[in-house]
Write a protein that binds this ligand. Sequence first.
Ligand code: SF4
Ligand code: SF4
Length: 266
Amino acid sequence: MPCETVITPESILKDCDRMTGDDCFTFRCGADLDCFTRCCRDVAIVLTPYDLLRLKRALRMDSSELLEKYTLRLEGPGQKFPIVLLRMQDDDSRQCPFLCERGCQVYPDRPWACRMYPLGAAEPKAPGGEDQPFHFVVREELCHGHGEGIPISVRDWMAGQQIEEFEMMSAGFKELTLHDFWNGKTNLTPQQSDMFYMACYDVDRFRRFVFETRFLQLFDIDEARVEALRCDDEELIEFGMQWLRFAIFGERSMKIRRGSVARKDG
Ligand code: SF4
Ligand code: SF4
């Protein structure tokens, strides 16, 4: 059955039908439905680095300004690394800042979570340790799109929402956030947390950090890559994750220049 109760990791595993790409559900979303844009209010949308990149480009904003104006940084007890949420408006409407009368102002660049709805994704581990990913349908009272239209497979829904591109561009971030390091007891220091936030979410500030500090004197980086980092945001985000693996996880993912002394914080 679709998930109709409050969604928690436990209820997803216990109550939801586990769907594969071939399984179908009947759903349609559109401006003619009486629930149009109701789902864009008072909702917790976690943003990935690629979501932020798409929004930054769509809005032609500096990443620091985008984060400041439209997002919330969430960290604290129980949260191993900082996450970024889309900040709903502070007034009674609690609506998404990108919502207007006609709908979503950033529709072609809307985040992964907005594209997926009403589908959810889970990746529990089997007792043997292997991943057992599945999808499920979330059914909320506010959404009247269920039962509308014709049945569509999970695979076709995801293709229509360009989910593959978003998931491909987020693969490195997913790997970083699922790293064994987080199973340890150590919390990030405030400085490490800032490094994580900057490299993953604040791409323009990270670029200034790479090019306007001693960073390039400390690390041995191929010339062609340095040039790519100047203008290619995707490349810079991938590089940022490589740096975090070095600086936080202690992996040998970066080469220190001969003769330079690098601290772990770069
Ligand atoms: S980004 Fe667009 S689709 Fe997502 S909640 Fe905001 S208005 Fe709705
Ligand atoms: S509530 Fe459901 S059907 Fe209505 S606009 Fe949102 S996603 Fe579409």
